[in-house]
Design a protein around this ligand. Structure first.
Ligand code: GLV
Ligand code: MN
Ligand code: MN
Ligand code: MN
Length: 428
């Protein structure tokens, strides 16, 4: 097999930076909030249009496109030995409310461009190469992160949960999926499962979402591990009542219970003593939400993560104990304390680290080993495939806000490293 010939072509990898930037800009217009912010929620009209845009680009690159029952999209470039398990790459294009246009997108459009780069170089893959666009990496609509990749990893409990999962408007997951052109039949959901070994490698390109690469002037981050995420949904119920008439000693204010718990989350996280422990209350809702009505119900959603799973679990347990004692003290009921997900961390695979490191070296790009504090579909792909991630710098580490930015130069470097890594893995 002409490995050496292939590699000589690969020394002249050229990214079409102008087209890639244009695609990133165009994709960002499929948004429910005004530019520069991007909001693209699972199975919304804008999400469906964005999916069409991605499938069209995959087709233009000559990939054969397939979609599964929940809308994970696969674009395949058949290798010379299609019986071998394929090498996959990809990310997500859904965007949380008022976020930016690079999170996930760089790993989808960049993956399609990496394929174009390899095609232009004359490379012939041995293992097939696949670009994956994952359904709903973000938990916005149904509260479940990495929905598509969790299902690919074969998590039975999620199939069960999705039968009864509804969004904030009480629309069921299956109705929403159906309205976007995917399944309505929950029996179909488990068809998304992939067998372990379906892929020989999975590599995801992503913006760092942290400040290190930019600060240190390093173009490529090689991810060795992804921190362990968890999320919890909490509800307190009190009596409510008139804000003027009910005197302070007679109240059971569910809103104040929520406020106390939010502060307890911060305290428990800080008590861990490690800078790697983080916790956030990103959702806090009061019912009925009127200035002159004592909150009768409150709803919090808590995100906590750590690179050390044990330490994160201790934080979760402390949050639970605090929720119980706050409820008792305030005479409200803790009507829900539900751990939505409590995932272990994931480690990158040595063989993929080696391929990524060799690739950046051959391209004369300096690199740094780092951990990912954000989660990614790679966290779940790691359960069924050897996994690795390539990070590129982003402006001040900004992410999950409209100011998110990566230069096309940095993106192009990432695409080149991805292309060369895929080429190497495809020949292994
Ligand atoms: C998802 O984007 C996360 O890491 O929060
Ligand atoms: Mn994100
Ligand atoms: Mn992302
Ligand atoms: Mn993420």
């Amino acid at each position: 097999y002409p490995i050496h010939e292939s590699h000589s072509h690969l020394s002249s990898l050229s990214v079409d930076a102008q087209s890639l930037q244009k695609q990133i800009d165009e994709l960002s217009t499929f948004s429910d909030t005004p530019a520069p912010s991007v909001t693209r929620i699972l199975y919304s009209e804008k999400d469906v249009l964005a999916r069409r845009f991605i499938k069209n680009l995959m087709g233009l690159s000559g990939l054969s496109v397939r979609e599964d029952a929940v809308g994970n999209i696969f674009g395949r470039w058949e290798g010379s030995n299609p019986e071998l398990s394929a090498v996959a790459t990809g990310s997500h294009i859904d965007a949380i409310p008022y976020s930016g246009k690079y999170d996930g997108v760089v790993g989808v459009l960049g993956a399609i461009e990496a394929i174009n780069v390899l095609i232009r170089s004359g490379f012939k893959p041995k293992r097939s190469l696949e670009v994956i666009m994952f359904t709903s990496e973000e938990p916005t609509r149904f509260g479940i992160s990495c929905l598509g990749s969790r299902l690919m990893a074969g998590i039975e409990a999620l199939v069960e949960a999705l039968k009864t999962t509804v969004d904030g408007q009480n629309i069921s997951f299956l109705d929403a999926s159906h309205s976007a052109g995917y399944t309505k039949d929950h029996n179909d959901v488990s068809s998304v499962f992939l067998k372990k070994g379906s892929y020989s490698a999975f590599v995801e390109l992503h913006i760092e979402q942290g400040p290190i690469l930019e600060e240190e002037g390093i173009p490529i981050g090689i991810v060795t591990a992804i921190a362990a995420p968890a999320s919890i949904r909490v509800e307190f119920q009190g009596n409510g009542g008139h804000a003027g008439a009910v005197l302070m000693p007679n109240r059971n204010d569910a809103g104040l219970a929520a406020a106390e718990l939010a502060l307890a989350v911060e305290r428990h996280v800080l008590e861990s003593g490690s800078i790697d422990t983080v916790g956030t209350v990103g959702i806090l809702e009061l019912h009925p939400g009127a200035i002159n009505s004592i909150p009768s119900k409150s709803h919090l959603e808590i995100d906590t993560r750590d690179i050390d799973e044990e330490r994160r679990n201790i934080v979760i347990e402390k949050i639970h104990q605090s929720a119980i004692s706050i409820a008792t003290k305030r005479g409200v009921s803790l009507s829900e304390f539900k751990i939505i997900n409590q995932d272990p961390p994931a480690l990158s695979e040595k063989s993929i680290l080696d391929a990524m490191e060799a690739s950046s070296k051959e391209l004369d790009l300096t690199q740094k080993l780092m951990i990912s504090r954000a989660y990614h579909d790679s966290l779940f792909m790691a359960r069924i495939s050897p996994m690795g991630m390539i990070f590129i710098p982003c402006y001040r580490g900004y992410s999950h806000k409209p100011e998110e930015y990566s230069s096309i130069q940095d993106i192009s470097n990432g695409v080149k490293v991805l292309a060369l890594t895929l080429a190497k893995l495809s020949l292994q």
